[in-house]
Design a protein around this ligand. Structure first.
Ligand SMILES: *Cc1c(COP(=O)(O)O)cnc(C)c1O
Length: 451
């Protein structure tokens, strides 16, 4: 399998090349040159396949020429050792809980695959890597856990001191070993800017910097598996029965996983694309005019506070258009086709809170702010298109309610149960450095610690 850049000015690479590079040299994003078909045989078997086995079957064509089936088997069985519950809510509508991994967010699915895959590549080549990541909350902890103890790889996470929750911070700062963390006295954008500058700094090439954010194709491919897993268990997808997915979206990496599955043959009637008040994509689909939101709007679904989604260029490319890394559209995609596939809608904080309360009261189901944005989007879609109401609908719950205990307690009156992965976290010792928003100081630190 080969991967090409959305900007069209870089050589094609295999999966190893795409994983190690992250971004293509022409600043575009890698996409597979063809999307593997999910044939009816696989869709029929998917109903009974355990999660890791389905992951092996679906990822094998993407990894062709880089990982053997046995190697993929080792990676997937090790990465996917937790449950993927499908919780019935009402009618044929379900919530898929992607929050049972070690950091209680769906980012564990991709990060755990990537940590193991990159670890193997680095070992086989006798290389080393320094993974630099800026986080607004969930990415840093998923990446830190996924790379913890991986030989040949060091991790440094920068986070904005005042912008993440205590539990989100503790998930990164209590690990130690090859994982270092620094609190930055600034905003997420400041962290991101320092990391980007380091990647582009010729003085730092000998540190072998790499990124693990969602521009890396390794952060997308594993996310197509759970769409097939859920649909096959709840509907006769091998017989062509269509399902609806609701996806709470920020950088659109999660959605891209579903879109790859649909373009590979999974029968999806519609993706409900639900954003918070950062509504640049719903507006784009409505008007055909794209405008970033700068700075991004602060909402309680903080992992979705994104004013220019990094994966939008990939979505545009899959629909025949071209968008560069700054958001300029050189070729318009087929907007009519996008409108047939996506129902995009923006949910503000008041409605997010109201949804958490309503779903808890009416159905006894506890959602957190991100999942509530998705569920609210699904309700709106079914109200707008009632002929879809008898389809199986699956709304993605992307984080565990216990990661947002204050919001959930305030609205439902109950403390969310703590999953085993978060137990004891509040008592563990933390260790992290401090950094001003000062690139020269950051660079000194990198050269002093990692050279
Ligand atoms: C990252 C994140 C999202 C957004 O996912 P994207 O792939 O960026 O669209 C939604 N919910 C939670 C809890 C997240 O951590």
């Amino acid at each position: 399998m080969r991967y090409h850049s959305t900007n069209g000015r870089a050589l094609e690479v295999d999966l190893a090349g795409a994983l190690l590079a992250g971004q293509a040299p022409d600043r575009g994003l890698y996409l597979p040159t063809e999307i593997p078909r999910l044939d009816a045989g696989l869709l029929a078997r998917a109903r009974d396949l355990p999660y890791p086995d389905l992951a092996i079957e679906m990822l094998a064509p993407y990894a062709a020429g880089v990982f053997t089936r046995d190697e993929l088997g080792e990676i997937c069985h090790d990465a996917y050792d937790f449950a993927v519950p499908l919780e019935h809510v009402t009618g044929r509508a379900h919530v898929m809980r992607l929050d049972q991994g070690p950091t209680a967010s769906f980012k564990d699915f991709a990060a755990r695959f990537m940590g193991r895959a990159l670890g193997k590549l680095v070992r086989d080549r006798g290389q080393r890597l320094l993974i630099l990541t800026a986080t607004s909350g969930d990415t840093g902890s998923a990446v830190a856990h996924a790379f913890l103890g991986v030989e040949g790889i060091e991790v440094l996470v920068l986070f904005p001191r005042e912008e993440i929750s205590d539990r989100q911070r503790r998930q990164m700062t209590t690990l130690g070993d090859n994982v270092a963390t620094m609190a930055v006295d600034g905003k997420f954008d400041d962290c991101q800017a320092m990391v980007k500058r380091a990647f582009a700094d010729p003085d730092l090439t000998d540190l072998h910097l790499s990124s693990a954010n969602s521009i890396n194709i390794g952060r997308l491919l594993p996310q197509s598996v759970y769409y097939v897993y859920a649909a096959a268990r709840l509907a006769d997808v091998a017989g062509g029965e269509q399902v609806v997915f609701a996806v709470p979206s920020g950088n659109f990496g999660d959605l891209m996983g579903g879109v790859l599955a649909m373009h590979g043959g999974l029968p999806v009637a519609r993706f409900v694309v639900a954003t918070n008040a950062n509504d640049e994509v719903p507006r784009y689909l409505e008007t055909g005019e794209y405008a970033k939101i700068e700075p991004s709007r602060v909402c309680i679904s903080n992992a979705m506070n994104v004013g220019h989604p990094s994966n939008l260029a990939r979505l545009v490319a899959l629909y025949g258009g071209q968008m560069d890394e700054t958001g300029q559209i050189a070729d318009a995609p087929d907007l009519d086709a996008m409108r047939r596939d996506f129902h995009a809608t923006s949910v503000d904080d008041d409605e997010t809170r109201a949804t958490i309360g309503r779903v808890h009261r009416d159905h006894g189901v506890v959602l957190e702010p991100h999942g509530a944005v998705g569920w609210c989007g699904l309700e709106r879609f079914l109200a707008a298109e009632p002929d879809h109401a008898d389809l199986v609908a699956i709304s993605l719950e992307t984080a565990h309610p216990a990661k947002f205990p204050e919001a959930v307690r305030e609205i439902t009156g109950h403390d969310p149960d703590l999953p085993p992965s978060l137990e004891g976290l509040d008592q563990r010792d933390e260790l992290y450095g401090a950094l001003e928003v000062d690139y020269a100081a950051f660079k000194d630190h990198l050269q002093g610690e990692y050279r």
